[in-house]
Design a protein around this ligand. Structure first.
Ligand code: ADP
Ligand code: MG
Length: 701
């Protein structure tokens, strides 16, 4: 195996600060840096010089093409490659790339979802360079392409992507957090950024088996499959030794990510068989979002090099843990301070306490928005299924902070519980310091030492939406606090009053217990916390009057942009369920039913022969009866599902179709699956048309 030196390859394919310093004239470099820092607009002359330097660097590295790289509302990234090529007028060509081409792009965007923001006769979409995320070279078997991160908008400037609202929300958070910092006497900080580290879970399965599973090919998850004798009950996969093929995959994955300047740091086996996790070191929300998209793309690209396929669906296997990502979120100043670091004595740290209760208030008031930010069809099979966080949003704070909040609520704040020394009991082992925020894996929004961890996000989803929502709702709390504090006569006492009032008003959102328990569902209901169990019910929050007022106030989304997002979510939901239902019908008709009939035929012949021989055919007959019963149940359920599919496809109201998918197609799909999975037990393994859960989850390397 090729040895890799981290320092040699790290950032090799990124037009990063070091490259800019080396390749740009000093003045241009400084101007660009200050534009990136202050968020002002790039002049045409600077763009021209940067474009040239970028092109030369890319061509020196072997690139022939460039693309504006953007994130339309499909959740995946989009690119349209252009060659660095201009005819020279003498039958040849020269490599050219202008400032204009760097800054702006225009493309026919009619095939991207716009939720009605752009009618097809105005099919143009515009891409604009986002110079706060570095350009990079994407490498695949066909060569290298210069990718320029861009935002994507309509002719009238409406956001057609996931990135624009994130950039706007970053600005909103910065603006409000700076107001608070100034009130606390901080004159140094120039910018506050959300810092984000997204842990990514995924499955790896054998490629040859994958090719035989049409359900996974079409929908990303299995639609059929009986539980194998062994699932994840022994917990023997979590943190288990990596298998060699997987370890080789991770080695190449890391190398590819490091080249892109993505700080992939931790990797381990997850709870389910074949499930793994990768965590990068955190960075600013914008770069972290781009990086997460690239991590997902690279996983998919690298897996086949080892005969594997990477599954990012939230629930590839029923009955086995699904995948999500933990969106770790904090606020960091440009002077390098983590604002959510409580310090040793959080009870004395008023700024920290104020920011903490700002998050409490934000999450309580806008739990419905956080829920919709994690809504995707696959996540419906995961949230609330006793493995991922429950569908009810609550915050875990840990003993120390909960105690401080209780002291404040009681009107007397005097101390912070300190982590105790913990003896392990063997004299040769060092004593460990207990963490004051213990882990609570069941909480959807947990404070973990110096950051919050939003654990609801689906593994296939972009983290742009969760982060623009967290940024906006926290900005809104900070705005309310700053409004009050700017008017306060006695600043210190007003800070304490706000903290106390906020705790009293929003403490119902704090829950440190077991989020998987039935009691919590009841307790949450008593507290008036929403329990939104499916995507369909989550969608309306994004276009509620409350949400529109919030987004408009902070300049993150307009009313039309909110409406468009709701529309797209309904569409995404309906389309996915319809594809799944169609795949089921297809697989039953072409694979499962024929296999079951072949098996019945064989057993029927056995019955006849046994009768001829004059011996008992009870056992064979019993098997034949079971097979026929299940086959009949399968036939009638499939017929019902087919009829329902015809009906839904004639509906032109997207909301109506989405609701029909949830309330009619969904239960029918379960009705089809049941006899199909029962048949898997009855049909000879040799005749079963595709690999089973046992094969997929326990493939031998
Ligand atoms: P785990 O949740 O498995 O215990 P860690 O606590 O090591 O993992 O961190 C998980 C993720 O949180 C990593 O991506 C890490 O970079 C990120 N993280 C750590 N500190 C911060 C921070 N201040 N802001 C945002 N993300 C952070
Ligand atoms: Mg985590």
């Amino acid at each position: 195996m090729e040895k890799i030196s981290l320092s040699e390859i790290y950032g090799l394919n990124v037009f990063n600060d070091a490259v800019m310093q080396e390749r740009l004239p000093k003045k241009v470099y400084q101007e660009l840096k200050s534009i990136i820092k202050s968020g002002t607009t790039l002049s045409a002359s600077v763009a021209e010089v940067v474009a040239n330097a970028m092109k030369d660097w890319a061509i020196d590295k072997g690139a022939t093409h460039y693309t504006h790289w953007f994130q339309p509302m499909t959740g995946v990234t989009a690119e349209k490659h252009e060659a660095f090529l201009t005819p020279d007028g003498m039958g040849g060509a020269i490599a050219e790339f202008s400032g204009k081409e760097l800054i702006n792009g225009e493309s026919d965007a009619s095939s991207f979802p716009s939720g009605g923001l752009r009618s097809t006769f105005e099919a143009r979409g515009y891409t604009a360079w986002d110079c706060t995320s570095p350009a990079f070279l994407k490498e695949d078997a066909s060569g290298l392409t210069l990718c320029i991160p861009t935002v994507f908008c309509s002719y009238t400037g409406e956001a057609l992507d996931k990135k624009t609202p994130l950039l706007r929300a970053n600005d909103a958070l910065n603006h409000q957090a700076l107001r608070i910092l100034r009130l606390f006497g901080d004159t140094q900080t120039q910018r506050v950024e959300a810092s984000v580290g997204a842990e990514q879970e995924y499955f790896l399965i054998d490629k040859e088996m994958y090719k035989k599973r049409k359900d996974i090919i079409f929908t990303g998850r299995t639609l059929f499959g009986a539980m194998p004798p062994k699932g994840q009950e022994l917990d023997d996969h979590y943190y288990g030794t990596l298998r060699e093929r997987v370890s080789l995959f991770m080695h190449e994955l890391n190398r590819e990510l490091w080249k892109l300047g993505i700080p992939a740091k931790t990797q381990h086996n997850e709870v389910a068989p074949c499930q793994h996790e990768l965590a990068p070191i955190f960075t600013n929300a914008n770069t972290a979002t781009d990086n997460n998209q690239l991590i997902m793309e690279t996983m998919k690209r690298v897996a086949p090099h080892f005969g594997l396929v990477c599954l990012l669906n939230e629930k590839p296997f029923a009955g086995v843990n699904g995948s999500g990502k933990h969106d770790n979120w904090s606020m960091t100043t440009d002077t390098g301070k983590n604002l959510l670091d409580p310090g040793k004595n959080p009870h004395e740290n008023k700024l920290f306490l104020l920011l903490l209760v700002a998050v409490l208030k934000a999450v309580d008031v806008h739990a419905d928005l956080l829920r919709v930010s994690a809504a995707c069809p696959g996540n419906d099979h995961r949230l609330g299924a006793q493995e991922a966080p429950p569908a009810i949003i609550s915050i875990f704070l840990g003993d120390q902070l909960e105690d401080i909040l209780q002291q404040i609520d009681g009107g007397c704040l005097s101390n912070s519980i300190q982590g105790e020394e913990m003896s392990i009991g063997a004299s040769t082992l060092p004593s460990l310091k207990k963490d004051v925020t213990d882990r609570n894996r069941t909480s959807p929004f947990a404070f973990t030492g110096n950051k919050f961890e939003f654990r609801m996000v689906g593994s296939s989803d972009s983290i742009a939406c969760p982060n623009y929502i967290i940024n906006t709702i926290v900005a809104d709390s900070l705005c309310d606090f700053a409004d009050r504090l700017e008017k306060a006569k006695d600043f210190d006492s007003e800070v304490m009053t706000i903290i106390q009032e906020t705790i009293r008003e929003h403490k119902r959102i704090v829950f440190n217990g077991n989020g998987y328990s039935e009691e919590w569902v009841k307790e949450a209901e008593r507290r008036g916390l929403p329990n939104i169990t499916c995507m369909l019910e989550a969608i309306p929050a994004i276009r509620s009057e409350k949400a529109i007022a919030l987004f408009e106030k902070h300049g993150v989304l307009t009313r039309e942009e909110c409406e468009a997002r709701a529309e797209i979510l309904y569409e995404e939901y309906a389309k996915q369920i319809i594809i799944e239902a169609k795949s089921m019908v297809d697989i039953v008709m072409k694979q499962i039913s024929p296999a079951a009939l072949t098996c019945s035929d064989k057993v029927a012949q056995t019955v006849l022969r046994l009768k001829e021989a004059g011996v008992s055919c009870d056992s064979a007959l019993h098997r034949l009866q079971k097979l026929t019963e299940e086959q009949n149940a399968l036939d009638s359920a499939t017929a019902e599902l087919s009829a329902a599919l015809e009906k839904v496809q004639s509906m032109d109201q997207i909301e109506e179709a989405a609701s029909y998918c949830r309330h009619t197609l969904f239960p029918l799909m379960a009705k089809v699956r049941k006899p199909a999975d029962a048949l898997e037990f009855l049909v000879d393994k040799k005749d079963w048309p595709f690999p089973t859960y046992g094969d997929l989850l326990y493939y031998i390397d």
